[in-house]
Design a protein around this ligand. Sequence first.
Ligand SMILES: Cc1cc2nc3c(=O)[nH]c(=O)nc-3n(C[C@H](O)[C@H](O)[C@H](O)COP(=O)(O)OP(=O)(O)OC[C@H]3O[C@@H](n4cnc5c(N)ncnc54)[C@H](O)[C@@H]3O)c2cc1C
Length: 462
Amino acid sequence: MKRIAIIGGGISGLSAAYALEEKRYNSGASLEYVLYESSPQLGGVLRTEQIDGCILEAGPDSFITEKPWAADLCHALGLGDQLIGSNDAHRKTYILVRGRLVAMPDGLMFMVPTKILPTGLSSLFSWKTKLRMARELFHPPHVAAGDESVASLVERHYGTEMVDRLADPLLSGVYGGEAASLSVRAVLPRFAEMERAHGSLGKAMLAARRKMSRSSGKAPLFTSLKNGMQHLAEAVVARLTPSSLVTGAHVQAIQPEAGGWVVSAGLQSDHFDAVIVALPAPAAAQLLSICSPELARELAAIAYSSSITVGLGYGRDARQSLPPGFGILVPRSEGKRMLAATFVHNKFSYRAPEDRALLRCFFVGANAESVWEFSDAEIVAIVRSELQQILGLRAEPRFARVYKWKSAMAQYGVGHLERLERIERLRQRLPGLALAGNGYRGIGVPDCVRSGRDAAELVVRL
Ligand SMILES: Cc1cc2nc3c(=O)[nH]c(=O)nc-3n(C[C@H](O)[C@H](O)[C@H](O)COP(=O)(O)OP(=O)(O)OC[C@H]3O[C@@H](n4cnc5c(N)ncnc54)[C@H](O)[C@@H]3O)c2cc1C
């Protein structure tokens, strides 16, 4: 009987456990596993609260539909009827420009314009940037030889205003990071490919748009679950063997021994044939620092940023006073602490009663660190003051919740893919070790699900 340890009970570790459970029952594989989770609760950052008739997400609120692995897992778990799509008919995002909200023009795909008129008429960009967009179609800049930051690629094509007003706020929302430090090849590989194939990003996006409009699929951009993302974690847990799940067990060390691995948590040590480390990369580095200092150094070099989400529930008047759409992005140059706010009641159905507004505001990276030590009441006061400045929202919230996530979001810096190759070579020197989590090939929930499943495949094959 093969014994496998899984360290970390977030969605990456749970997906690995589910894949092993499936192997056991569907293919009769002779294996058993133990999943160690340091906190009392499984699911990691997937956490949902029900407050005052609203469904409030503390961590992720959805996943991108284009990446199938999370939805596939939901279907396998029998949650297909629980999946909901974002209300894309109401998708509109506003950017704060010199204190005023400007709607993102129609036809902007990520940050590349594909419709001339809406972009030309929008006050989001200066004439200088608009001219650059037109010029980029016919005179694209040179193609970069190696990896570079997202800011560097966007600046080369469209100038600094595009970085400040779009690239940086969009990436802050997804990665909690800055366009100036994130790797194009790791974070926006499609952009790097489009540049190589077409030179002009505008031309490449126009070609992609034509292809998309030919295909009949009108899938929503984001998918979530009716009762929130925690439901996914709970549904996985319900399929696992209860005696295999050890919560409140912080693993301090793992060591190769006698052709297998010894896992030490508290005063207990146990021997396994293989181990899946499903942790943020710096936590994985700590566990591996004795058996492979070189691998630990590479893992520790993957930076992580912290984030704070603040959920606020309001009554009918506030809902009526808010603009339509999914929410706002606040470029760093606007000098606010908050970097984004989602109008949750518009983005998804089933999140708030008809007569309520549900807002989720974000602090990320340095902005999150700058208020980290503040009390919840102080953080809520900052959010309310900024919402008043930006949206004129003066109403008293019916409830407010603050969630802090320390070093939870991986930042794929320039050269990340090369680092992954070095990590893979070093990992291969440690038979029976697999790595999963958001530090490697995708930070989103679908990528984490895939990473857990792949790690399980790897250790079963050994
Ligand atoms: C605020 C926020 C919003 C996000 N929004 C989205 C979104 O909308 N869509 C999307 O797709 N993605 C989003 N993400 C990203 C995505 O949710 C995460 O990347 C993913 O859930 C990470 O899962 P994980 O299992 O790899 O890590 P985690 O969820 O961090 O789980 C790791 C687990 O390991 C445990 N652990 C740590 N050290 C040890 C140890 N030594 N021993 C035992 N256990 C240990 C921790 O307690 C934790 O439970 C968001 C992330 C955050 C923080």
